[in-house]
Design a protein around this ligand. Structure first.
Ligand code: GAL
Length: 820
């Protein structure tokens, strides 16, 4: 903690993750405190039961949902709140439960929450027995499927917390920080605090806000404000502070202050609450794009779903951090949380690492995309879910825009005149004080325009400091979301050809590619000739198949609504008014295996595969998005003698590259203005292919690929050999099958067995293959195009963990240390 010490902190906010029991299946009696769950499995949260299951075409999620099981699951936990907290307020906080959860305490229902991505809290205080066991039971119902276009996971897949406060305390998400004025000289910090009085008597509280810098030194503080609250009331306090010579939050230097709010009763500290603060100024400009702290910054972003590959949806902070590190290494500076509220840990990491986040709430509104999706709950829950999402996330400096929906079907048509009565329509719109009611369903402002306005107004009302956008796939001005005139940024998905019309169609409006590209690739698979385009599937709703169940890793395969990576990035780069792009997607994710159906069960869209291994196009981005010298040559050099093939290279910081096969030059290549790669058509002969990049005749970089012989070794490379002994930390170990000289065997598919001794266990295995039916939890994995991955998780003990990988007569070990 940057400022103060834990002792000073009067509130307790502790993990509630450990020592639950779990049962897959519905057991109505499980709500009863005396229910005997001794036969249930014991586990710690976060937990995703789907990722433990077997792939099957019969699973109701379908290949689109990852072809893994759904169902109903129950979790129970017995806990004993100490007598010393009697008289305090005790809350249970769930960061996310997929989906349809109902929480019970000592047999009492606390409430239901259909939306699987929203965070929520219940007040346990009225139901608790102190100094004796209490029983919490959670029913999770993900049985009505399909309800998602991608893999959702099942269960209490995010963290849970027990929060204990004084009866007079800062409310849930009860602080809001803004920086109305920012200059190099000074910044004004405005703090709003919501204080709640849960005492049975009137209370007078003092509220003070203090700012600490990253070193923990106090750099500003507000005056103390006094508020009087009747029993059960809340009070809103507004304070201002000045920060001299503020250290700005930027992509390269994501500087964070900590703002501490203190509540006192009769001079005694009763609550403290820390909120991160990033001081930055920004705007989206119709001509110049995104401007951060006065300079133009192109958003070089990716869309991400929430799963963590072989770990499924179960949140692990290190696994998210590793994804962000791999993306940052590529030069990526933006994340779109597609298409739902993310895990809080993702935003904490984006704050710390300097990513520009588009934070999105919904993938659908009233009109469904799959049979049982959130559209069922939208009418009843959208106000609450959108409100809670914005309240939860509006203090994250990394969040720069709200997206109120992705490709919602409401953009296309006028209304639901045929399905909705006037009364119903007005109920959905329910504009409250604004009294925007429809006079007739055929009102020229369609219900969909009004709904757009309503959602935008909710977001803007809670956070006027960030612009509102939506990912639209109807690019014309007739789009009902655009017509509503409620979006601050015009956001398109794809439709690259339409962007030249943006300035004319939407004068004065900033623009962003909320989503782009949708290239399709399988790591290590190449379809030739590389200058032929494979536009797969022919149409989104037409079945497609190819016996390879693979997609080409030259940038020559994409969906018909998308483009190559080069096209989308060039358009973004060359048009200053385009604020940036969020490429679909950074990592492959479970589900949506476009263009294929089962047994394909994970996506081909990633720049990085499901296991976290970069595909070749990763280096195109790296050559464009970073300042480091890049030279990447592909594919591998194991082909049939005499075979014609295409060699490609991505490079930067050089004016030419030259390719040599066994010492013979294949010619010099230079990228043209509209090219981001060069290529050679060559004849394969075993040996060595070498590439050199030169600038003004001087060698910059050189790379060699050798024809690999038969598998002779296993190479194990850990991303980190030292991990924390906290029972959570992970080491991601890349397993490569190499020949006797250490060359990767590019076709190796050895089955590798894993054994671990010591302070870790296997949290998951993967190889990035989109059609593998192997279990993500087994102690073995087949190599796919030479590689696989094993994820070791510390088991809570210190000391070393030794992983041994064997395959036939190959054997290799590596040691990881668990430290304090
Ligand atoms: C987009 C959609 C994404 C994903 C993508 C695949 O239209 O917003 O969620 O489905 O297509 O190309």
């Amino acid at each position: 903690m940057a400022c103060g010490t834990q002792k000073e902190s009067v509130r307790q906010h502790t993990s509630f993750n450990n020592d639950w029991t779990f049962h897959l299946g519905d057991v109505a009696e499980a709500i009863r405190p005396d229910y005997d769950d001794s036969g249930w499995r014991k586990l710690n949260l976060p937990h995703d039961w789907a990722i433990e299951g077997a792939f099957s075409a019969e699973n109701p999620s379908g290949a689109g949902g990852g072809a893994l099981p759904g169902g109903i699951g129950w979790y129970r936990k017995v806990f004993t709140p100490g007598k010393e907290i009697d008289g305090k307020r005790v809350f249970i906080d769930f960061d996310g439960v997929y989906m349809n959860s109902e929480v019970f305490i000592n047999g009492q229902s606390l409430g239901i929450r259909p939306f699987g991505y929203i965070s929520f809290r219940y007040d346990l205080t009225p139901y608790l027995k102190y100094g004796e066991p209490n029983v919490m039971a959670v029913r999770v119902d993900n049985s009505d499927q399909p309800n998602s276009r991608w893999y959702s996971g099942c269960g209490i897949y995010r963290n849970t917390w027990l929060t204990v406060t004084h009866p007079v305390h800062i409310d849930q998400w009860g602080t809001y920080l803004t920086t109305p004025e920012v200059s190099a000289k000074q910044a004004t910090v405005a703090a709003t605090t919501i204080v709640k009085n849960d005492h049975s008597a009137i209370e007078e509280a003092e509220v003070q806000t203090l700012i600490y810098n990253a070193e923990g030194k106090k750099v500003a503080q507000s005056n103390s404000s006094t508020v009087r609250m009747a029993a059960g009331d809340t009070a809103r306090v507004q304070q201002q502070m000045i920060l001299d010579k503020p250290h700005l939050w930027d992509v390269e230097s994501p500087y964070l202050y900590t703002v501490r709010t203190e509540i006192r009763l009769d001079g005694q500290l009763v609550d403290t609450y820390d909120t991160p603060l990033g001081v930055r100024s920004f705007r989206f400009d119709a001509e110049r794009g995104f401007i951060l702290n006065g300079r133009e910054v192109k958003i070089k972003g990716v869309c991400q779903h929430h799963d963590l590959g072989c770990l499924g949806a179960a949140v692990n902070t290190r696994a998210i951090e590793r994804q962000l590190e791999i993306l940052r290494e590529m030069g990526c500076n933006g994340i779109r949380c597609s298409h739902n509220p993310p895990a809080p840990e993702l935003l904490d990491l984006c704050d710390r690492m300097g990513f520009i986040v588009m934070d999105e709430t919904f993938d659908m509104w009233r009109k469904k995309k799959t049979a049982h999706d959130y559209a069922r709950y939208f009418n009843e829950w959208h106000e609450r879910d959108l409100t809670d999402h914005i309240l939860r996330d509006r203090n994250h400096p990394s969040v720069f825009m709200w997206s109120i929906g992705n490709e919602v079907l409401e953009q296309w048509d006028q209304a639901d005149a045929d399905t909705l009565s006037l009364e119903e329509a007005n109920l959905v719109l329910n504009f409250g004080h604004e009294q925007h009611t429809l006079a007739a369903v055929s009102d020229s402002r369609s219900i969909n325009e009004l709904l757009t306005q309503k959602l935008a107004n909710i977001a803007r009302g809670l956070d006027p400091t960030r612009p509102i956008t939506a990912g639209c796939n109807e690019p014309r001005a007739s789009n009902h979301l655009f017509r509503a005139n409620a979006l601050d940024i015009i956001g398109y998905n794809y439709h690259e050809k339409y962007i030249k019309d943006v300035p004319r169609n939407f004068p004065g409006k900033p623009f962003i590619f909320a989503e782009s590209t949708s290239g399709l690739m399988t790591r290590g698979y190449y379809r030739m000739p590389s200058d032929s385009m494979y536009i797969w599937p022919e149409r989104w709703d037409k079945p497609f198949t190819d016996p390879s169940f693979s997609c080409s890793s030259y940038d020559n395969c994409h969906v018909p609504w998308g483009s190559t990576h080069e096209v989308a990035w060039l358009l973004t780069k060359q048009n200053p008014f385009v604020s940036g792009l969020y490429v679909w997607t950074g990592f492959d994710y479970l589900g949506e295996p476009t263009p294929y159906g089962f047994p394909a069960r994970s996506s081909y869209f990633g720049i990085i595969d499901l296991a976290g291994f970069p595909k070749d196009v990763y280096y195109m981005y790296q050559s464009e998005w970073t300042e480091k010298p890049v030279l990447h040559l592909f594919p591998h050099w194991n082909w049939e003698p005499g075979q014609t093939l295409d060699m490609w290279a991505y490079y930067n910081q050089a004016d030419e590259v030259e390719l040599y096969i066994n010492g013979t030059s294949q010619g010099i290549r230079r990228k043209g203005d509209k090219e981001l790669h060069v290529s050679w058509r060559v004849r394969f002969e075993p040996g060595t292919v070498r590439i050199v990049s030169r600038n003004a005749g001087k060698e910059v970089l050189t790379k060699e690929i050798h024809t690999a012989g038969v598998p002779a070794h296993i190479r194990l490379t850990a991303d980190r050999k030292e991990v924390k002994a906290d029972g959570l930390d992970l080491s991601f170990i890349t397993v490569e099958v190499t020949d006797a000289n250490g060359n990767l065997c590019p076709h190796a598919d050895n089955l590798i067995q894993f054994a671990v001794e010591g302070s870790a266990f296997i949290a998951g295995v993967d190889n990035g293959c989109q059609t593998s039916m192997e279990s993500f939890k087994a102690p073995q994995r087949q190599a796919f195009n030479g590689k696989c991955l094993v994820v070791l998780q510390n088991n809570g003990t210190k000391g070393s963990a030794r992983l041994t990988a064997t395959s036939d007569n190959l054997k290799e070990s590596i040691t990881i240390n668990g430290n304090n």
